[in-house]
Design a protein around this ligand. Sequence first.
Ligand code: ADP
Ligand code: ASP
Ligand code: MG
Length: 875
Amino acid sequence: MIVCKFGGTSVEDAGALRRLHTIVADRVAEKPLVVVSALAGVSDLLVSTFEDGADNEPRLDGRAASTQTQSIASSPGPTAYEALATRHFDLMCEVAGAEACHRLDPWLEALRAGPRRGSAQGQAEWLALGELLASAIVTAALEAWGLRATWFDVRSVMRTRGENPIQDRPDREVLQRLVDRHLRHSIEAGGIVVTQGFIGCDAGGRTTLLGRGGSDFSASLLGAALQAERLEIWTDVDGIMTAPPRLVPGARRLRVLSFDEAAELAYFGAKVLHPATLHPAQEAAIPVLVANSRRPKTAPGTPGTLILPDTTAYHDERAVVRSVAVKHGVTVVTVHSTRMLMAHGFLERIFAVFAKHSTPVDLVSTAEVSVSLTVDDPRSLQAIVDELRAIARVEVAPEMAIICVVGDGMRRARGIAARLFRAVGSTEVRMISQGASEINVSLVVADAEADDVVRRLHEEFFQGNLPRAVFGESFADLETAPSLPASPPSPHRLARVAADLAAKHGTPFYVYELDRVEAQIQRLRTALDHSRARLAYACKANFHPALFFLMRDQGVGIDAVSPMEVERALQCGIPADQVLFTANNVSVETLLAVHDQGVRVNLGSLSDVRRFAAHRAGTEVFLRTNPGIGAGHHAHVVTGGMDSKFGILAEDLQEAREILAARDIRVVGLHAHIGSGSLDAAPHLEAARRLVAAATAFPHLRSLNVGGGLGVPYRRGEPEFALESYGAGLREMLQSLEAALGRTLELWVEPGRFLVAQAGTLVARVTCRKETAGHIYVGLDSGMNHLVRPALYGAYHAIRNLSAPGAPLESVDVVGNICESADVFAMSRPLPSPQEGHLLAIENAGAYGFAMASHYNLWPLPREFVLRDGAVLDA
Ligand code: ADP
Ligand code: ASP
Ligand code: MG
């Protein structure tokens, strides 16, 4: 028997539920009890709707209003309750079908009716709805996907003492009896039992709660009562990290941690575990796994963090500190008394005051005439202080934070304090205390400074080569690691083709998938939605002839930047009037030769203008302007603004016009291109606006060319270029310009990367694997000579192991075969363990990959293969 607890983000939507299904399905043989939290954000919303009171409720409609709230029903619209109800209803519908939705009825009705305010009991019942709804949806989803699952109301076993309905203490004896009587046999019978975390029930049958974040605690209590073999806490991070990961992205995954260490961390603010979680599991000696439900199969051995009773085997001199936690919003109470302090019984009197008000004390430090204590629950603070003032002088310092440095090895280590103070630097330390267990040292500093101190401490203790047996990948790297697909994984569509090509032709090689290029053309056309919009492919991104043919067939023109690109476009059948030549710093002979082929030239400097005008009176040209702003994924690819060599600035346009007019040359197009690979539409629209502003001075204008530069996401999860707002913005500008001019214009857009980046993959073979000095180098038979973007721009390219996609993840450095230290494709990248002979796919390499390749080190250029619908063309 095992207990698997899924936190809010692990049940939040259909994708999360599919992953949950995979995790549970893998464990059927171990007889899992599934404990769930409310969907992410739901408990918070329930708390705030409860606290807001009727006056602050959002718009209500008569249907949803309860009698209590009807009086303020003004404008119609959904209430927060209605929105919560809809979210659960829709999710149930999505995962288990409409016919399952009736299972939510009683709780949806309660939601729509609104909370019973004014009592803690009412609040407990209101908050419990989140877990009740979530568990019903999880049960239905598991059933719908083929597992035998039953819903179980945890209130029939989770007995609490009835002292405080919203933060009650469990009655473990009764809990044990009830679990044995009502729960154990259904789990043993083999079906999957799904139940709620966080909620319980007192002896009088009233619903109670275990305190915020309490689902972890529920799972641990149930695990202990069932003598489970393991407790798994599935959450949204890959385990317990060496610091709060969203504060310190360099925080590393801890592969193992002792119960004591984990308990200290949870107690002192590591939100990943509820502070009380570990106690029951530790008592029952049940190992606890904390892992990421998005990535259940990380790393060799186990994923996440394994919490064990004893980790002395992992002791390492180099890393006695294991993690840093921070607890914000703490108040320090200092009691001074010259007369009384040393008298026996005085401390007892102080503590009695705190105990009387049920306020726990976290840290204590004593000096000869004073004692300082910290509390994080301010509710009874005033009363406590009033009472203390009757016996001593009392100082209260609010807005403090406790920072706690934890590590079993600190018991034996020397020099920790010196390093601690070095990191703390000049920050004022209000209290310092070494835990009696000797495995932690806690500091109290002003809350506003705490995050900085945590960062500095992390830097001090977790630099350099840390033992791999204990420390895993960094949070930042894990965040970009592949997650378990939400649907059953289908083999990567390239894997088979790549293996065939590699067997036949060897490696490395590029593959280009034409259907993906077409899909991008379609997307862009849809977004532009303008009958006079023309696309001109910026072929510098990738000049493979197959792409020119595709553009020809799709009616896409070409943006060429060299006479050779012009020539290839014409050879591949692109009509000359659909080619625009935008070179910079070419000879006048080149300009003239290209122009004489019927290709329009786009002049980007006064020098171009003068030299061209001298020879070709009575013709037509485009002018490349510099709109004074630039944007790109890297400084190297910004092509507009005051420090750019490209284009004619607004202040020089008048002169250009005069030179051309004197030779009767008409400016029929205005162009601007501000840079490459930006994901933000705003600078592009601003450049277009400036182009539009310049346009009215050109009476013969027929075309407005806004250039390219549209980026694509390279990292998983990065947003897409905002195509819709880009298209809409351009349409709007063009329409108002046309209205002002009283005639229509063509709109040219020059996408390069946008069309081809995602369609291209560089496939290379692992030639050499080298483990040394804390690195695993995975050496490929390709290098920066084939794909220079990482070396040149520090660019990120996703990498896939085509040969072993399901292998355990490990953190590797992927490097090439070139004699340069910059020859690195990826550093500390979590990948399914790459072994010699494996094929790796370096993705998003269709743009500026082969196009920038060289013969450096005299290696040959890679081959290129073209695929349509997964099949190789002309190989
Ligand atoms: P769940 O909803 O699954 O219970 P929580 O939000 O309660 O998840 O806890 C997970 C969060 O804890 C993480 O997203 C992370 O930001 C935070 N956290 C704070 N300290 C740590 C730490 N040392 N290791 C891992 N996570 C931490
Ligand atoms: N849903 C509850 C909360 O957010 C309990 C939990 O998620 O652990 O506090
Ligand atoms: Mg939690």
